[in-house]
Design a protein. Structure first.
Length: 463
């Protein structure tokens, strides 16, 4: 029987080709790979990343470069010769170029902008002029614009003339003589219409557009609600400035998701991959929140000190402190995580605060009641089998634990749900109300609730 040849991995093929030192052979090998595989080779072979980008055609180099991680892009830009850097930057789409420049020091940005062609320099400076996090930073000026009095034949001629340079030709944009946006139409509608038909007969003037000052988060929600591959971007006077495509919005959404996850975990957002970030900078991003949370937890000791007399008279109460505060913290962490995610997905807005409040009151009471019953039964069952464990007043201790759990879980749920909405209302990042932060807040207040409830049930008995 013939022996099957073992399949050679892409990495092995690359190592064989790169060892030949034959530029034509290397270029031919890279040109036969899909862009994502070339990008993977760049990531896996740091020593050759600059050589790979340099040897590719400008278009393939730009397509590979724009999907690399920011640290890799920075290293390549630093090591490329000026001529190749200029070629690469001019070939990059305007929005990807702007995203890269945002990550670089001001001095480096100034030098790189000088390498751009005059038109690309004008576009880049225009995009950089918009606030970070706005649609203006995402848009590209490469779109096909036509007039409403044009025929379909003239539109098709325009597509053939300039389409190769555009970001997308899936959607055609209709403007008037002053540049005001009128409507958009799908390329499908153009192709299926007769050549002598006029654009004004095709469009229905019902459109969705982004404002240049809209937040990127809002753009993400609009894309999701309208199922579009591209949306026009207009200014306050409805003048068409550019377009935003779905791939850029998805990239932003992924970055924002990663940032929110890190904040929910109780750390500052990392602006670099974990393994690429210097250890001391990673320490600073984690230490800040840990110090804040530690200082918050110190209030727990203060609260327990306030109830020192009660604890001295009824040592048994101290046994249930971890149970009480952990239940409140867990319920608060659950609620905050759910609400932060819902806000990020565009499912909950500030205006929905009362609906959220009502739902969480009901949820908190239901969850608290379940845990309260379990807590009550736990004390009673242990007292039944071990009568001396909690003493003669075990029933009232069980009531204290049960009702405290209802109160603490309800308070934790309300705190976790309302705090993200409050921060959003105040203009802060809702993700800052992370699960550890809510848990710390509920720990302190949970002790107050617990000992207050215990005082009501045990007054005259143990207290």
């Amino acid at each position: 029987m013939p022996v099957e040849q073992e399949e050679v991995s892409l990495q092995d093929q690359f190592e064989y080709v790169i060892a030949s030192n034959d530029k034509l052979k290397i270029r031919d090998f890279l040109n036969h790979q899909v862009i994502s595989d070339v990008a993977q080779l760049v990531s896996d072979n740091e020593d050759y990343e600059t050589q790979i980008i340099s040897i590719l055609s400008p278009h393939r180099a730009a397509s590979t470069f724009k999907i690399l991680d920011v640290p890799e892009q920075k290293r390549i830009i630093r090591s490329l010769p000026p001529l190749k850097t200029a070629e690469l930057l001019n070939e990059l789409p305007a929005d990807d170029r702007t995203s890269l420049l945002e990550e670089l020091p001001t001095g480096a940005v100034r030098e790189l902008i000088r390498l751009l062609d005059p038109e690309e320099r004008r576009i880049t400076l225009s995009l950089l002029g918009y606030p970070e996090g706005t649609v203006g930073r995402l848009m590209v000026p490469d779109y096909i614009a036509v007039r409403e009095d044009w025929t379909v034949q003239k539109v098709l001629d325009e597509i053939r003339t300039v389409g190769a340079k555009m970001e997308t030709i899936d959607v055609i944009y209709v403007i008037n003589e002053t540049g005001e946006f009128i409507d958009d139409m799908k390329i499908r509608d153009v192709i299926l219409s007769s050549p002598d038909r006029v654009v004004s007969d095709i469009i229905d003037r019902r459109f969705v557009a982004l404002n240049v000052h809209d937040s990127q988060e809002e753009a993400n929600n609009i894309f999701k609600m309208n199922n579009r591959v591209a949306l026009p971007v207009v200014d306050d006077n409805k003048i068409l400035l550019g377009i935003v495509t779905i791939d850029d919005v998805l990239w932003v959404a992924n970055e924002e998701f990663s940032e929110n996850i890190q904040k929910i975990g109780g750390t500052q957002a990392l602006d670099e991959p974990y393994l690429e970030m210097p250890l001391f900078r990673l320490f600073r991003k984690r230490a800040g929140w840990l110090i804040v949370l530690f200082l918050g937890e110190m209030l727990t000791a203060t609260a327990m000190g306030y109830f020192e007399d009660e604890i001295t008279k009824a040592i048994v109460l101290a046994l249930f402190v971890p149970l009480i505060i952990s239940s409140g913290g867990n319920s608060g962490s659950q609620a905050s995580t759910l609400i932060i995610q819902a806000m990020a997905m565009g499912e909950v807005y500030i205006a929905d605060w009362f609906r959220v409040l009502k739902r969480e009151i009901i949820s908190g009471l239901m969850l608290g009641t379940v845990l309260g019953i379990i807590g009550f039964l736990r004390v009673e069952l242990w007292s039944y089998f071990l009568p001396d464990l909690y003493g003669p007043h075990s029933f009232f201790i069980a009531l204290s634990v049960g009702f405290s759990l209802i109160g603490v879980v309800l308070w934790g749920t309300l705190s976790g749900a309302m705090l993200p909405l409050l921060l959003k209302k105040l203009g802060a990042d809702p993700a800052a109300s992370s699960a550890p932060f809510v848990a710390t807040l509920v720990d302190v207040t949970g002790l107050i609730i617990y000992f207050s409830v215990a005082y009501i049930f045990l007054r005259g008995l143990l207290l």
